[in-house]
Design a protein around this ligand. Structure first.
Ligand SMILES: Nc1ncnc2c1ncn2[C@@H]1O[C@H](COP(=O)(O)OP(=O)(O)O)[C@@H](O)[C@H]1O
Ligand SMILES: [Mg+2]
Length: 367
């Protein structure tokens, strides 16, 4: 699986460019502020339906323009594959996968698998739970379309339930009987499945992450991961459903007061521990960095195991701040594997040779 071209129209500082890649190691070079990260972002967005650095899609539109278009073309298992997305400032999206129109942006996911590495990965450890849930969701969606589908249904059910809760308000005005009950059912059904699938993915990811951490850190601590904030500690899906339903019943009053659904997978979090201590609270900067890097390395390995092909790797400015052991680990991972994109101002800084060098200047490829 690899990308052959990406074309960008009014995306960030790119006016209109088509760029071709080699199936191996591609280096994006050029001075700072000229479009290296923007190009990685374009690849990320076209493959995973979101940017790795902002949630505000509007920011991606070139200034003074009203829409951007991205199109990626490549090969998946020997077959040509193309997908494109047009995003307009009004929020309208047009998605095409192999020529077929699709209503959902998320239909872009699950074709070209991607794992990105950047100094901002540290946010996985130090920022709020939302960013960790998103990381886990994107990982799962890239090897399980069933998960993507279940998550979509869960989010739909959650939105409808929240909007009903808002309408009802905290007042005594009742809508006759327990109207919420009808809205609990789809939430509980899909929510329990999500928790089960997230736990399953974590069980696969944890040993990989532990091994990666061991090889890039000199400390003797063991890295462990767990899903926290779950509606149930039960392992079995039916039992989780029951616990979830019970929780919702017990929270009728506070939920109406808040106008929000207060329990469910949308409140779960991913927790990281080194020798049993939460990394977020007790980890040093270096430990946090290593945990974040281990997670990303492990994600790439997990995707390779699940999909039987290595994911596309996007490495943004990571070499400057990595020490020798970490550089070697990444070097090992990259060598002879799938397609890799590395953004680095200078080719000379890299511990290996790029097969294709793309030099960028003011949003254009220098030829
Ligand atoms: N929406 C936008 N429209 C036009 N230019 C943008 C937009 N967003 C960012 N830029 C420009 O993109 C440049 C940053 O590009 P970036 O890819 O982050 O640089 P680098 O090569 O250092 O990774 C900046 O000069 C910034 O002004
Ligand atoms: Mg950059």
């Amino acid at each position: 699986m690899h990308l052959e071209t990406v074309s960008l129209t009014h995306f960030r500082n790119y006016e209109s460019q088509e760029i071709s890649f080699c199936p191996g190691l591609n280096l994006l070079s050029g001075p700072n502020g000229h479009g290296k990260t923007n190009l990685l972002e374009a690849i990320h967005y076209a493959c995973l339906a979101h940017s790795q650095r902002t949630r505000k899609d509007k920011e991606l539109i070139q200034w003074n323009q009203t829409a951007f278009v991205l199109r990626v073309m490549g090969r998946i298992g020997g077959q040509e594959h193309a997908q494109s997305v047009e995003y307009t400032e009004t929020g309208a999206k047009r998605v095409k996968v192999n020529g077929r129109e699709s209503k959902r942006l998320s239909d872009l996911i699950g074709h070209f698998e991607v794992v990105s590495f950047s100094p901002e990965d540290l946010d996985l450890i130090r920022s709020g739970p939302q960013i960790r849930r998103r990381y886990l969701d994107i990982l799962l969606c890239q090897f399980s379309l069933d998960y993507l589908d279940t998550l979509r249904h869960y989010n739909q059910a959650l939105k409808q339930r929240n909007s009903l809760l808002k309408q009802m308000g905290a007042g005594s005005r009742d809508f006759g009987g327990d109207v919420l009950a009808a809205y609990d059912a789809p939430l509980v059904e899909t929510g329990a499945r999500i928790t089960v699938m997230r736990r399953g993915a974590l069980a696969d990811l944890a040993p990989l992450a532990e091994a990666c951490y061991r090889s890039i850190s000199d400390g003797g601590e063991a890295l462990s991961l767990s899903l926290s904030g779950c509606v149930s500690e039960a392992g079995d899906e039916a039992a989780i459903r029951e616990d979830f339903q019970r929780k919702l019943m017990a929270m009728r009053v506070p939920e109406r007061e808040a106008g929000l659904t207060l329990a469910g997978p949308h409140r779960e979090d991913l927790a990281f521990f080194l020798s049993g201590k939460p990394v977020r609270d007790f980890g040093s900067q270096g430990q946090k960095r290593s945990v974040a890097l281990s997670l990303k390395l492990a994600s790439a390995e997990l995707l390779e195991q699940k999909n039987h092909r290595p994911p596309i790797l996007l490495l943004d400015d990571v070499f400057a701040e990595l020490d020798e052991a970490r550089r070697l680990r990444i070097g090992e991972m990259i060598r002879g594997k799938g397609q890799v994109f590395i953004a680095n101002p200078r080719a000379a800084d890299l511990p290996f040779q790029a097969e294709k060098i793309i030099t960028l200047q003011r949003g254009r490829v220098v030829v």
